[in-house]
Write a protein that binds this ligand. Structure first.
Ligand code: NAP
Length: 319
C-alpha cells in the first residue's frame, strides 16, 4: 500500500480524488514551505510526495537521504525550479509537473498587470480609497494607451504564447519574442535576435521563461537601459530571473515607465523600494489563483503521483 504526503492543504475535489487513489494519505495543514528536516523526512517516510513552490528539494536534501523511500515528487505547478531534478534523478526519484493547467490563468494575470500598470489602476484605486479623488478632468491620471502597442515576450512557451494571443487578438498589438528555439505560431510575431533588440522596440516587456540556474538573473541593468523610457516591465515567471536591485534602480531614476510584478526575487519579501513606488503594480503571486485552475493542477499532480506509484510512465515527467 502506497503512503503519500501532500505538503499543503488542497481544494476538496483534489483531496477526494487522492483518497480514491490512495489509502494512506497525510495532508500537511501548514501553508508555509517545508523546512529542510521536513523534506528529508518526506523522502524517507513516504512512497510519493506532492510538493509545491517553496519546497526547496535541493541536491543537499537528496544527498542527506540515502536510498529514499520516495519514488516520485509530483509537483503542484508547472515551474519546478525549487527541485534539483538532476539530484532527484540520481537518487531514483521521478519528478513531474502540471503544464497546461496553468497557462490561461497565468496569461490572464499578465494582462491584468499590463493593463493595471499602463492605465495606473492601482494608483487610481488607492486615490479613491484614500478619499482624495477630486473628480474627473481631461488631464487627470493619464496613462499609456495599450491598444496597438508592441509587446515583447521573453520565453515564447505555453504561457508566452497565450499572452501573445491575447495581446494580438484582443488588443491589436504587434508581437516580438525572444526564445532559444524558433516557434511555429498561429499568430503574427517576429523573433528578436537578442534580448536587447526586443527591449528596444517593446512597449511592454513580459517575462515568461522558467526559473532555474539557466535563467537566473538573465535580466538586469543592460535590458532596462535598452528599454524605451515609456515602456513597462512585466514579470509573471519567477522573481530570480530578474536582478531585482537593477529593476529598482531603473524605476527609481525613471529609466522605464513602470513595472507590473507577480513574482519577486526573495518571495514573499517584497522590497520597500518597490512597495512605495506608485508606478509599480505588485501582486502576491496570483498567476494560477482561481479555484478551478488549482483543482485542475491538483488533479494532474495526483494522476502523476498515481501513475508513478503504479509503475506506469507518469504523463508529465520532467527528469
Ligand atoms: P514552457 O512552455 O516551458 O515555456 C518556457 C519558454 O521559455 C519556452 O518557450 C522556452 O523555449 C523558453 N526558454 C527557456 N529558457 C530560455 C532561455 N534561457 N532564454 C530564452 N528562452 C528560454 O513553460 P510555461 O508553461 O509557459 O511556463 C513558464 C514559466 O512560468 C514556468 O516555468 C513558471 O516558472 C512560470 N509560471 C508562473 C506562474 C505564476 O503564478 N506567476 C504560473 C505558472 C507558471 P526554448 O527552450 O526553446 O528556449
Amino acid at each position: 500500500m502506497s503512503r503519500v504526503y501532500l505538503t499543503r492543504p488542497l481544494p476538496e475535489t483534489v483531496l477526494t480524488r487522492a483518497r480514491e487513489l490512495f489509502e494512506d494519505i497525510e495532508v500537511r495543514e501548514e501553508t508555509a514551505p517545508l523546512k529542510i528536516g521536513q523534506m528529508r523526512a518526506a523522502l524517507a517516510l513516504y512512497d510519493g510526495v506532492l510538493p509545491t513552490l517553496g519546497d526547496m528539494f535541493s541536491a543537499e536534501v537528496f544527498r542527506d537521504t540515502e536510498n529514499p523511500r520516495c519514488k516520485v515528487l509530483a509537483n503542484f505547478g508547472v515551474g519546478y525550479n525549487h527541485i534539483d531534478v538532476a539530484a532527484a534523478k540520481a537518487a531514483g526519484v521521478i519528478v513531474t509537473n502540471t503544464p497546461g493547467a496553468v497557462t490561461d490563468a497565468t496569461a490572464d494575470i499578465a494582462m491584468t498587470l499590463i493593463l493595471m500598470s499602463a492605465r495606473r489602476a492601482g494608483e487610481g484605486e488607492r486615490l479613491v480609497r484614500a478619499g482624495l479623488w477630486k473628480g474627473w478632468h481631461p488631464t487627470q491620471m493619464l496613462g499609456l494607451h495599450v491598444t496597438g502597442k508592441t509587446v515583447g515576450i521573453i520565453g515564447m512557451g505555453r504561457i508566452g504564447q497565450a499572452i501573445a494571443r491575447r495581446c494580438h487578438h484582443g488588443f491589436g498589438m504587434d508581437v516580438v519574442y525572444f526564445n532559444r528555439s524558433q516557434k511555429s505560431l498561429d499568430f503574427p510575431a517576429s523573433r528578436a535576435e537578442t534580448l536587447l533588440d526586443l527591449a528596444a522596440v517593446a512597449d511592454f516587456v513580459v517575462v515568461a521563461v522558467p526559473g532555474g540556474t539557466e535563467t537566473h538573473h538573465m535580466i538586469g541593468a543592460d535590458l532596462f537601459s535598452a528599454m524605451k523610457r515609456s515602456a513597462y516591465f512585466i514579470n509573471i515567471a519567477r522573481g530570480d530571473v530578474v536582478k531585482e536591485v537593477a529593476l529598482i534602480a531603473a524605476l527609481q531614476v525613471g529609466r522605464i515607465a513602470g513595472a507590473g510584478l507577480d513574482v519577486y526575487e526573495h518571495e514573499p519579501k517584497v522590497p520597500d523600494a518597490l512597495r512605495v513606488m506608485e508606478n509599480v503594480t505588485i501582486l502576491p503571486h496570483l498567476g494560477t489563483a482561481a479555484l478551478e485552475v488549482r483543482e485542475a493542477m491538483g488533479l494532474m499532480a495526483v494522476e502523476n503521483l498515481h501513475a508513478a506509484l503504479s509503475g506506469a510512465e507518469p504523463p508529465n515527467r520532467v527528469n
